[in-house]
Structures are given as structure tokens and as C-alpha cells.
Ligand binder design. Sequence first.
Ligand code: SF4
Length: 358
Amino acid sequence: MKKHAIIPVFIPHKGCPNDCVFCNQRKITARTDDVSAEDARAVIDTWLTTLRPSPAPSSEDAASDAGAGTVEVAFYGGSFTGLSIEEQSAFLAVAYEYKQKGLIDKIHLSTRPDYIDRPILDNLRAYSVDTIELGVQSFDDEVLRKSGRGHDSACVYRAVSLIKEYGFEFGIQLMIGLPGDSAESCIMSARRTAELRPSLARLYPTIVLDETKLYDMYACGQYVPLSRKEAVYRTKEMYKILDDAGITIMRVGLKSTDIIGEGGAVNGGTYHPAFRQLVEGEIAKERIEPLLEDIAKEKASADSRCRVTVSSCSRWFSAMIGHHACNRRYFADKYPSLDIRYRTDTTLPEGRFTAEIS
Ligand code: SF4
């Protein structure tokens, strides 16, 4: 069993009267029907069959099974706490029941910062919710305004302060390339996020979906999507800030299953099925290059090629090599005097590299 499994229950646009320019929630979540609490139960049961193939006959067995990994039910999609308290409670009661039986370990939900207040948090606490993920998108008020978010950055601080007071874990989602955005405002947003110390974050480059205001803005030239290069650059800078602050970066870019093909989506390169690998590959390149540069300078006068071993932990191995081996090719071309080999070193922390003459 996986160490940490998330059972996603998508609640498309339910509870959200807002109209963020980039959002077509029904398309993003690939669901068009309203989801009921009983649908949520069916989703959880289906996932549990895969995650825990032998359903535990008693709560004692279930609890011991839970020790094999963490299973989290996550209400994603719309703005969960924008639902009426009764609707929230109906969904939460289902998740709570599974948590009490030891079949799941945590309850997680995503919502907007302006849908956080004491009565809402009291209710979430009553149902033993663990993690609240806030769709913040940007800390730049002008970007929030141009994106039609309907709240400002002060609202984010109020929400986070209340969430911390109640003791929930929390996460922050940020977007890259929204209207009015710049590299500076993206970096500022990552810094503000790091200061708030969430336990997790997600980074989503903006995608222009059909049937959104952003699409209209794009069609009339009011909005220009970022190039892939710029999207990777901004995301990389934000990633480093969050990672250095010890924040778990749960997602970088949308998954292919998040985007529904009919009609397609305009993205100017901001969508890539392996966007995270592009970003982590750039980080790896940036960190490995000075190591190779030093060795190449040191060995400049040597007659023969010098063999160098570059190492990373196993999770970062593919980032070290680069998407479609682009880093390997880049280093081979740039340092012809070096015979570079790549290997894993399990003693290395994530995102750290060594280069040694071998
Ligand atoms: S708040 Fe969330 S669900 Fe609602 S319109 Fe904005 S992005 Fe979409």
C-alpha cells in the first residue's frame, strides 16, 4: 500500500457563486452532475477496495490496517465551506464515519479564504477535519482583482489566522501567470506563503479553459498566456522558496486528467503532462552546473577526459537527468572535457546533488 493515499471526492462548483476568470470548475473536475453525500460514500468505498483490498471486518482490524499508510478523504473541486452548513455536514458525516471506523485517517478539504469564519470552523472541528486547503492564487491584490477572485490578500491573512487558532493543518494553492501577474508578484506570493508556514502548497500555472472569462480575454488580446519557459522559470523560483521553508509541495501543474479534451484548452506552454519534472529538472540543472563548472576549470589543462559522477537521491534522479534527458545532453555539450556519469545516492537529501571525480 502507498504511504499516503488521497481519496478525492470532487464537488464541482457546488457552493461557489463566484466567477474567477480562469475557472470552469465543471470542466476541470470532469464531472457535470451534482454530487451527493451518498455519491461521496460510493467514491470512498470504491477507492478503499483498491487501497485496502480486504475490507476489515472489525474496527480493530481496520485500525491495524491503517498503520500500513495514511489514507485521506479530500473534498476537492468547488469551495467546500461555501456550501450550506447542512450540506457540508452531510458530506463530512460520511467521511467522519469512515474515520471513526479507522478506515481512513484524515479528512481534507479545499475552499476559499473568504469562506472561513468561526461557525464554519466549529463545524469542521466537530467532524474532525484535519486539513484545510485555501485557494489563495496570489498575494497581489491587483492580480486578485483582475482575476475576479472577489477577495483580497488581507482576507487570506484573516482566514489563516483563524485556521491556526483552531489548530487545523492548512495548505495554500498559488497560480502562476494570472492576469496582471509578473515574476516579481509570483515570487512575492511564494514568500508570503512561506511566512505563513502552511504544511503543504500547490503551484498551478494558469490554463485558459474554454467557456471562461479568461478565454474571452485571451481571444481579444487582453490576456497573453505565459510561454513554457517563463512558466517554468517562475514556478521554479516559487518552488525553491517553498521547499526551503520546509513546505511539502503536493502538486506542480495540473494532471492530464484534470483537463478535459473537448474544445481543448489554450495554455501557451503552461500545460505539460510532466510540468513538475520540467521545474525540478531546471532546479537540478541550476544546482549541478556550478559543481561541474568548478571541476571543468580545475581540470582544464588535463590531456585526457576526466570522469565525473553526479549523484542525487532516487526521487530526484529523473530531474537530474532532465526531461527527455535534456540535462544530460546539456552538460555533455557544455563540458566535453568531462565524462559524466549519473547515479543515485540514497544518503543525499531531496534536491541536493554531488559531483565527484571518479
Ligand atoms: S472560487 Fe474556486 S470554484 Fe469558485 S469560481 Fe473561483 S476558482 Fe472556481
